[in-house]
Design a protein around this ligand. Structure first.
Ligand code: AMP
Length: 251
C-alpha cells in the first residue's frame, strides 16, 4: 500500500501572531515556521502503519514556496520515503487549488491512502481533504481519531462526533483527515534527520500542471482579536461564588 501525506508549512503554533500594519495579512518574515500540527499527526500515522508492515511507501507532498522543502524534510526525518514539492510563489494558495494539485499528483502516483490534516492552523479552512476526496471520487473519513487497516483492503476509521465515537469502514483508495487524538507525533532522531538529507525531493513548478490556480477569495482585512481585560485573583471559593453571582451574574 502506498500513502501520500500532505504537509503544509505554517507559522509555528507557539508563535504569537502579529497582524501586518496594512491589515492585509499576518507577518511571516522572521517568524518560526513549522509543519502544520495536524499534518505531523498524518505523517506519524503513516509511519506507524509502515512500521506495522501495512504501507510500503510514504510520499510527503507540499505545495508552497521553496522553503516548504524544510517541511518535507521534517516529514522524511519522521519516516517518509520521498518528497514532492509543488513550487509556487503564492503563499496563500487556496484549498480548491491545493486540492486540484493533489488530484493531479494522485493520478500520477496512485496512492491507496491520501492522508491530510483536518485543518491548517493558518487558514483554518478544513476543506482540502474533502475537496480532494470529491475531485477523485474517493471515500473520505474526516477527523480520524483511530485508523485500523483490515485484511480486505478496507480501513475502519473512528471519528469523534457530538454523541461519542463513530466508526466507519471505507475501501481504498481513500482520503483520511487526522484529528488531534489520533496519535502523538514522534520527534525525529538526529540519525533520522541526517538520513532524511539523502532522501529525494522532486521539485515540480506549479505552472507545469496547466491548472487554473487563481485565487477565488479576496481577503478584505485582517485584524487582531479584541484585547481581553486582565483577570483578577480571588482569595477563596466563597468570594469567587460571590463575584460570579453578584458581578458576573452567571450563577
Ligand atoms: P485546510 O483545508 O486549508 O484547512 O487544510 C487541510 C489540510 O490540507 C492540511 O492539514 C494539509 O494536510 C493539507 N494542505 C493544505 N494546504 C496544503 C499545502 N499548501 N500543501 C500541502 N498540503 C496542504
Amino acid at each position: 500500500m502506498k500513502a501520500l501525506v500532505c504537509v503544509k508549512r505554517v507559522i509555528d503554533y507557539n508563535v504569537k501572531i502579529r497582524v501586518k500594519a496594512d491589515k492585509t495579512g499576518v507577518e511571516t518574515e522572521n517568524v518560526k515556521m513549522s509543519m502544520n500540527p495536524f499534518d505531523e499527526i498524518a505523517v506519524e500515522e503513516a509511519v506507524r502503519m509502515k512500521e506495522k508492515g501495512l504501507i510500503d511507501e510514504i510520499i510527503v507532498l507540499s505545495i508552497g514556496t521553496d522553503k516548504s522543502q524544510e517541511t518535507i524534510r521534517s516529514g522524511l526525518a519522521m519516516g517518509g520515503d520521498r518528497g514532492i514539492l509543488v513550487k509556487t510563489d503564492n503563499e496563500q494558495i487556496e484549498p480548491l487549488n491545493v486540492g486540484k494539485i493533489i488530484q493531479t499528483i494522485c493520478k500520477k502516483e496512485s496512492p491507496d491512502m491520501v492522508i491530510l490534516g483536518k485543518q491548517a492552523i493558518d487558514d483554518d479552512c478544513n476543506q482540502t481533504g474533502q475537496i480532494v476526496a470529491t475531485l477523485l471520487g474517493y471515500p473520505q473519513a474526516t477527523f480520524a481519531s483511530e485508523v485500523k487497516k483490515n485484511d480486505d483492503n478496507t480501513i475502519d476509521v473512528t471519528r469523534e462526533v457530538d454523541g461519542g465515537l463513530e466508526t466507519i469502514r471505507i475501501a481504498i483508495p481513500c482520503v483520511i483527515t487526522t484529528d488531534l487524538r489520533l496519535n502523538e507525533p514522534r520527534y525525529a532522531s538526529l540519525p533520522n534527520i541526517m538520513k532524511a538529507k539523502q532522501k529525494k525531493i522532486e521539485v515540480v513548478e506549479i505552472q507545469t500542471f496547466g491548472i487554473d490556480i487563481k485565487n477565488r477569495l479576496d481577503i478584505l482585512e485582517v485584524n487582531e482579536p479584541p484585547e481581553r481585560k486582565p483577570g483578577i485573583k480571588v482569595q477563596d471559593v466563597e468570594s469567587l461564588v460571590n463575584k460570579l453571582k453578584n458581578e458576573a451574574k452567571i450563577l
